[in-house]
Design a protein around this ligand. Structure first.
Ligand code: C2E
Ligand code: MG
Ligand code: MG
Ligand code: MG
Length: 279
């Protein structure tokens, strides 16, 4: 009886499973075609120094404008690109595009680029970073690479070596989504890190006493270790004030600026630079 019920269940689920597999396959096919068809673009979100109120740079965020699917969020396609390996050429494209954009910003501003574990583990990553810098003329000291904790999970020696090599060039390494991984503290000890970005879920819940305590503790930890702390997802003045009071150095979020087209961010950065020159 149990056996025949199992068979019935299988027959019930099989068409649904097929549909999922096919949809996923279709996504992979579209995604593969998207790079040569130039359907990808980068938006840029400003990052602010909290104490001075100055914009110190921007983070590049990938967008996929698919003619068939509309604009697809990175959370929906980056994991797929990581599985198929497309993230390697796609990530390299993003790095070059981001550096090219930053080359026309006022001097000294930083460009932050997200990097996937798959890229870090693929051979030749450091070389592709060096090439993107050389091609654009952006100094290494202005590039920041954001990696997520999950990326580092398997503490591979090769990844560590690549990170050290990049850092020796003057490139900054930021730990993205800090606090959401399994062993955030262990990573801080093991990897060369210049910055931590507190995950926006903590900032969102800062009204909660315990969460506020965690945020304060992360900021204190960063200060003790000489690591810059950036708060992600800052949406309200109340959050920004709390972060300021607790000594957080940088903020990013809709309150400061939404991700914007390259031309718009360039205009904003130039206007700000001019303003700060003239007083
Ligand atoms: P992330 O690097 O942590 O980027 C921050 C995300 O939070 C972005 O989502 C941004 O649009 C969003 N955000 C910024 N401020 C606020 C806010 O005030 N409120 C809220 N609710 N959200 C805010 P987005 O652009 O959808 O990107 C999602 C993730 O996709 C990124 O998280 C990053 O992990 C990944 N990603 C984006 N571009 C790239 C890329 O070029 N390469 C790789 N490997 N990953 C990328
Ligand atoms: Mg990021
Ligand atoms: Mg993040
Ligand atoms: Mg993220």
């Amino acid at each position: 009886r149990a056996k025949s019920e199992g068979r019935n269940l299988y027959r019930f689920f099989e068409p649904a499973m097929d549909a999922i597999v096919q949809a996923r396959r279709a996504l992979e096919v579209d995604l593969d075609a998207a790079l040569p068809r130039q359907e990808f673009d980068l938006d840029f979100q400003p990052i602010m120094n909290i104490a001075s109120g100055e914009i110190i740079g921007a983070e590049a965020l990938m967008r996929w404008h698919s003619p068939a699917r509309g604009t697809v969020a990175p959370d929906a396609f980056i994991p797929v690109a990581e599985e198929t390996g497309l993230i390697v050429p796609l990530g390299e494209w993003a790095l070059r595009k981001a550096c090219a954009a930053a080359a026309s910003w006022p001097p000294g501003l930083r460009i932050a680029v997200n990097v996937s574990a798959v890229q870090l583990k693929s051979g030749g990553f450091a070389r592709s970073v060096i090439s993107a810098l050389a091609f654009s003329g952006v100094p290494a000291g202005q590039l920041e690479l954001e990696i997520t904790e999950t990326v580092l999970m398997d503490e591979s020696k090769a990844v560590l070596k690549t990170l050290r090599q990049l850092r020796d060039l003057g490139i900054r390494i930021a730990l993205d989504d800090f606090g959401t991984g399994y062993s955030s503290l262990a990573y801080l000890r093991r990897f060369p890190v210049d910055k931590i970005k507190i995950d926006r879920s903590f900032i969102r819940d800062m009204g909660n006493r315990d969460t506020a305590a965690i945020v304060r503790t992360i900021i204190g930890l960063g200060n003790e270790l000489g690591i810059v702390v950036t708060a992600e997802g800052v949406e309200t003045e109340v959050q920004l004030d709390m972060l300021h009071d607790n000594g957080c150095e940088e903020a990013q979020g809709y309150l400061i600026g939404v991700p914007s087209k390259a031309a718009d961010i360039q205009r904003l950065l130039k206007a700000r630079a001019l303003h700060s020159q003239t007083g």
